[in-house]
Design a protein around this ligand. Sequence first.
Ligand code: ZN
Ligand code: ZN
Length: 194
Amino acid sequence: MCVTFHALRFTAVIPMTEINIVPVGSVDRNILEYLSAALSETIGARCVVSSITVDPSDAFNATRHQYNSTQILSKLLEAGRRNGGKLLGVADVDLFIPVLTFVFGEAQLDNQAALTSVHRLRQRFYGLPEDERLFFERCEKESLHELGHAFGLLHCREWECVMHSSNSIEQVDLKKSVFCDSCAAMLASNGSSR
Ligand SMILES: [Zn+2]
Ligand SMILES: [Zn+2]
């Protein structure tokens, strides 16, 4: 089966679901505002920067000098459960789960909460000159990816689809900020049934 990409953004219209973007610790407001606009355009749901915040300090692991992603996800859910809609936590700290060196994000599959970190998305993390356009693009991709999981999407084999898994920044750069046709269709169907 051949899956094609639209030249323009494919908007999966999910009018009933609100996406709350929740800052986790200290996060540049420009990133949150950018994501709010970009995600609502691609997903077609209303996105708002939430007034809720989540403090990640309890999840700090002093041995690894990183933050436990699953613990932050639980705190996010606890803080935002009453809000309804989806919760996208955005952190600027380095996240891990015990079996992996790091994670770009984590989400509850087909559930309310998703979490992403922008920490490893800057060029300067890799010792390269900063590129803001690339940084924002990466933030958008990883946010769409984790939200996709929260809407019930699994990893996609289409390498340009935003639901393709990324274990390195090179893999983030290879994919596009869009869902392939089949992921977009599933997103629209899952989103409108909840
Ligand atoms: Zn994933
Ligand atoms: Zn896909």
